[in-house]
Design a protein around this ligand. Sequence first.
Ligand SMILES: [Zn+2]
Length: 204
Amino acid sequence: MECKLAVSMMHDYLDDDLPELQQRELKEHLLSCTGCRAKFKELEQTDMLMFSLMHQTPVASEDLVGRIMNSLPKPKKERAFITWIKRHPALTAASVFIFVMLMSSVTFWNQDRQLVVRGTDLDQVVIKGDTVIVPSGKIISGDLTVENGKTQVYGEVNGNVTVIDGSLYQASTAHISGQVKSIDQAVSWLWYKVTNMFSEVAYR
Ligand SMILES: [Zn+2]
């Protein structure tokens, strides 16, 4: 007999729900398996304790009941939480799933934070570390896109400046003829993930 089956039989046995033949099989397994024997003793004791607490016969004195109650672990806030988890297994699984997915999303996102500069006339641009500078006097005759970096414009951009996951500084001397767009991809990407996940969960 497998231990898993034995354990489920123990519960039935303690509830007096186990047919005689299976009782014998269970007893045979308990004789040969120390692990299940220990488990059975534990279950039996809990069962007896619960029984004596629920059926307070005159045999169990007030004092004994009090002592047993005192020896039980005090209910904590965590306990309420655990009870809630046990009562809502599907919801809990869903929220754990979402949490794990979010955490892996954030991790995945953080792995890819390399400075990317795209555009025309990139030879006019000065790159210092993660800072992309359009110096004063320089002219870029097209779009400039900077990902994962700081952008500082002192000169002229005759096109659009797009900053993805970075900051943009425009000096008073700066002149940008096109549109200036700042995109926080991490946020929108996460938001997309979250809304997607919630609808996925909802349709299950
Ligand atoms: Zn066993």
